[in-house]
Ligand binder design. Structure first.
Ligand code: ACO
Length: 327
């Protein structure tokens, strides 16, 4: 297997900012409660005339520019999203068209907040065995359209955004994607769902009235699952590569909640200072949060050649994963 690497990263976030103070006017909540329980201060909301593939294509274009590649160079497009343009066809095909990319495979994966790591893992496999040369992996979520804006237990946590990475073959055997680990536990699926609109509860007036097309979440169960599985996957991937907490320069953990990151830091014994954190500005952007964070860290010169990155996320399913990248 040849080694793959991330050749470019890009992000696209909507202009419109919704602050905790704005939310105080919509639901019974407070800036103090949201900040204390989640670390979130504001989030971005996509304009009504745009959809998931618009933001995904913009992030993809920026990732390609950083990799000094053009859309014509891509030979696979993977989009991690649970908020697609429509149930069919795949959002990735719209992204392909909007980018003007060639007739390559373009498909979505549904791993919720772990979608980017799942996509990275698939891209790494295809590039590693020589089946692809340049794969565009996008994490994109427009959760504002799947939230019940009268439910304060969910609507304060999420935001819209897109991040993308271009995965190519690495010419340096020491650098690139070192390993990926992905897993799911369907027994926990009931804790975080959009129950309506599929074959179990096809969309009817009744399902809409019961708000089944919105996110339903058991926050405490998800919190426990996130801490447990992000920590164990991170420790396992380090250990099986002969590495330890001290070797990690930067952790790009899914930006769900600052308290989840603090608990993962304690369990993995990786100091909190090494966890990149932009949750205050974007909230939980699900599959987009890791590539958005990576793109900001690169832009702010907070990473150096040879640094070891640990990526980790958990989302609905529950599905989770970790990845190690030598930058
Ligand atoms: N504003 C004010 N009060 C609120 C709000 C709100 N937005 N939401 C809930 N409350 C109230 C509750 O009604 C409850 O009141 P009560 O005691 O009178 O019944 C009280 O606050 C405590 O509620 P809990 O649910 O027990 O609060 P908790 O400390 O567990 O925090 C939270 C809730 C932030 C959702 C937490 O469980 C969490 O972070 N879970 C992880 C969820 C998550 O990140 N999901 C994202 C998708 S999955 C992922 O990305 C990992």
């Amino acid at each position: 297997m040849r080694r793959s690497r991330i050749a470019g990263v890009g992000r696209a976030v909507p202009e419109k900012v919704l602050s905790n103070f704005d939310l105080e006017k919509i639901v019974e909540t407070s800036d103090a409660w949201i900040t204390d329980r989640s670390g979130i201060k504001e989030r971005r909301i996509l304009a009504d005339d745009l959809c998931t593939s618009d933001l995904a294509a913009e992030a993809g274009r920026k990732a390609l520019a950083q990799a000094e590649l053009e859309p014509k160079d891509i030979d696979m497009i993977i989009v991690g999203t649970v908020t697609p343009d429509m149930p069919m066809p795949a959002t990735a095909t719209f992204v392909q068209h909007k980018l003007g990319a060639p007739r390559c495979p373009a498909f979505d994966i549904s791993a919720a907040c772990a979608g980017f790591i799942y996509g990275l893992s698939i891209a790494d496999s295809f590039v590693g065995r020589g089946a692809c040369e340049r794969v565009l992996v996008v994490g994109v979520e427009i959760l504002s359209r799947s939230l019940d804006w009268t439910d304060r237990t969910t609507c304060v946590l999420f935001g819209d955004g897109a991040g993308a990475a271009v995965v190519t073959a690495s010419d340096d055997p020491e650098r690139g994607i070192i390993d990926t680990l992905i897993a799911s536990d369907g027994e926990q699926a009931c804790h975080l769902e959009i129950p309506g609109g599929g074959t179990k509860h096809p969309a009817t007036h009744d399902t809409v009235e019961k708000k089944l097309h919105f996110v339903h979440m058991n926050g405490r169960q998800i919190f426990t699952q996130a801490v447990r599985n992000m920590s164990s996957a991170s420790s396992e991937i380090l250990e099986r590569n002969g590495l330890g907490p001290d070797d990690v320069n930067t952790v790009f953990a899914h930006q769900a909640n600052i308290r989840i990151l603090e608990s993962v830091s304690q369990r993995t014994r990786i100091p909190m200072e090494r966890f990149f954190n932009n949750i205050a500005r974007y909230g939980n952007t699900s599959s987009a949060s890791i590539p958005i964070a990576m793109s900001e860290a690169i832009e702010q010169d907070r990473v150096a050649k040879g640094d070891l990155f640990l990526l980790t996320a958990l989302g609905a399913g529950v599905s989770w994963g970790s990845a190690l990248v030598r930058w």
